[in-house]
Design a protein around this ligand. Structure first.
Ligand SMILES: *Cc1c(COP(=O)(O)O)cnc(C)c1O
Length: 237
C-alpha cells in the first residue's frame, strides 16, 4: 500500500512538472516520516524512498539508528532550538527550517568547530502570520549579506509553509511569492549564496508548489497515511 502511494505521488510529481514545462528530475520527494513507526518507514525505504524528513531531534536519532543512513538522506524540517544545534551535525544532510539569523549563526559556529559546513535552507514567513516561524521577506532582503558571511553553513535555498487551506489552489500565491523572493535575492549576486532549492508543498498542495517552482516537496500523510493515531507494531500472539 505504501509502495502504491509512492508510485502515485511520483506520477503526480511528473505530471505537475510537465504542466509547468519543468524537468521532473529537478524535483525531489522528501518523505516526511515524523510520528510514523519504524516498520512503516522501513516499508517506505524498501519501496524506494531515499530522502527522509523528521521534525524532532530525538525521534530522528532513534529512526536513523534503526534504519541507518545507507543510501538515505535525512533532512530536518522542524523548529530547531539553539541548544540542540550540536546534535544536527552527523545526523542531517540538510536543514530546511533555519528561521532566524541567530540560529544560522549558532549552526555556523558549531560547523566551524567541527570543521564542517552544514547545508541549510532559510525558512521564510511568507504569509506574515504572527503564529508562523520564519524570516520576514523584507528582513531577509536586508540581512542576506549577514547570512552570506557564515562559513559554517551552506545556504542552498528557501523554504516556506503557507497557512493551511484545504483548497490547495489558495496556497499558490504564497509559493509564487517565495519563488519571486528567491529570484530577487539571487539577483543581488551575493558571494556564497546559492538559492537553487525551493522547499515548498506538502501532501495537499505539492502539485501546485511544483507548478510554482518547488525543487523539494515534503510529503507525509500522502505517502504513509494519517499520523493522528500512532500506528503500533503488530502484536505477536
Ligand atoms: C509534517 C510536515 C510536513 C508533511 O505534512 P503532510 O501534510 O503530512 O504531507 C511537511 N513539512 C513540514 C515542515 C512538516 O512539519
Amino acid at each position: 500500500m505504501i509502495s502504491e502511494n509512492l508510485k502515485q505521488v511520483k506520477q503526480r510529481i511528473i505530471e505537475a512538472a510537465k504542466r509547468a514545462g519543468r524537468n521532473p528530475l529537478d524535483i525531489r520527494l522528501l518523505a516526511v516520516t515524523k510520528e510514523q513507526n519504524d516498520v512503516i518507514v522501513a516499508e517506505g525505504v524498501r519501496a524506494g524512498m531515499n530522502l527522509l524528513g523528521e521534525n524532532k531531534i530525538q525521534e530522528a536519532r532513534d529512526k536513523i539508528e534503526s534504519l541507518g543512513r545507507n543510501g538515505l538522506e535525512w533532512h530536518f524540517i522542524g523548529h530547531l532550538q539553539k541548544n540542540k544545534v550540536k546534535f544536527v551535525f552527523g545526523l542531517f544532510d540538510l536543514i530546511h527550517s533555519v528561521d532566524s539569523l541567530p540560529l544560522a549563526e549558532a549552526i555556523h559556529k558549531k560547523g566551524q568547530k567541527v570543521g564542517c559546513c552544514m547545508p541549510i535552507l532559510l525558512q521564510v514567513n511568507i504569509s506574515g502570520e504572527k503564529s508562523k516561524l520564519g524570516i520576514e521577506p523584507l528582513e531577509l532582503l536586508k540581512e542576506i549579506h549577514k547570512f552570506a558571511k557564515l562559513e559554517g553553513v551552506k545556504i542552498s535555498g528557501l523554504m516556506t509553509i503557507p497557512p493551511f487551506d484545504s483548497n490547495a489552489e489558495n496556497s499558490r500565491s504564497y509559493f509564487t511569492r517565495l519563488r519571486e523572493l528567491r529570484d530577487t535575492c539571487s539577483n543581488l549576486n551575493i558571494p556564497r549564496i546559492n538559492l537553487d532549492e525551493l522547499s515548498m508543498g506538502m501532501s495537499n498542495d505539492y502539485e501546485i508548489a511544483i507548478e510554482e517552482g518547488a525543487t523539494l516537496v515534503r510529503v507525509g500523510t500522502g505517502l504513509f497515511g494519517s499520523r493522528s493515531s500512532i500506528k503500533k507494531m503488530p502484536l505477536v500472539e
